[in-house]
Ligand binder design. Sequence first.
Ligand SMILES: CC(C)(COP(=O)(O)OP(=O)(O)OC[C@H]1O[C@@H](n2cnc3c(N)ncnc32)[C@H](O)[C@@H]1OP(=O)(O)O)[C@@H](O)C(=O)NCCC(=O)NCCS
Length: 212
Amino acid sequence: MRYPMRPMRVEDVPQANEIDRECFPTQWPPPSYKKDLLFSMVTHYLVACEEQANPVMEQTEKRGPGLSQLLRKLRRPFHTEASASNQRVVGLVGLWIMAGEAHITTIGVRGAYRRQGIGELLLISVIELALMRNAQVVTLEVRISNSVAQALYEKYGFTKAGVRRVYYTDNREDALIMTTDTITSDSFQSRFQWLKRAHGERWGLAQRQIDI
Ligand SMILES: CC(C)(COP(=O)(O)OP(=O)(O)OC[C@H]1O[C@@H](n2cnc3c(N)ncnc32)[C@H](O)[C@@H]1OP(=O)(O)O)[C@@H](O)C(=O)NCCC(=O)NCCS
């Protein structure tokens, strides 16, 4: 199974909210994805989708579409051509970029899809997005108790840069601030490229060119 990455669309918001409720059940207020997608110039969201093989479509492509199919296709509004409605979103990541600093605002994978390399794919993609947007460092906050997420970030060279006391309002938990070195530096890049290759070989989750 491949999990293509692409920018989040407004049609994905209900699924993004579902993932949020599953990953961060006590978070309040929930993120306003729709507002960010429509109005924010600095916030970016990427989603990983389950790629579903469509045997009917494949057969049609081999024979060429029939007239009724062509007419149906022409009648469909353009934006639903690759509509999210028939794509299951399995994970998402959010990035906020300001003054050369990229801040990961959220990252989550549906419970049933964890430990298959998707969290790593999201992190790789968002670091690439930060690079494309000329950010110098990537930073984030993570719960002190969230050792799973910390392990993922440490794997990609994030180190502990400080603590924000009583950051999470639900249980007054502290947040650890984790930050990369300069992401364009040779040392970061050689590790990052190596990890990317290793991830590709292990999971075969080739990244699709993200159109941003
Ligand atoms: C954190 C999260 C995104 C990881 O997603 P995932 O798809 O399961 O992660 P991957 O399969 O890509 O694993 C990548 C790395 O993460 C770490 N990791 C993931 N699951 C782990 C676990 N159960 N125990 C320890 N380390 C783990 C490992 O370093 C792993 O690399 P490895 O396979 O070489 O050991 C996922 O657990 C999640 O959505 N958690 C809930 C939301 C959350 O806590 N988000 C972070 C907010 S700061």
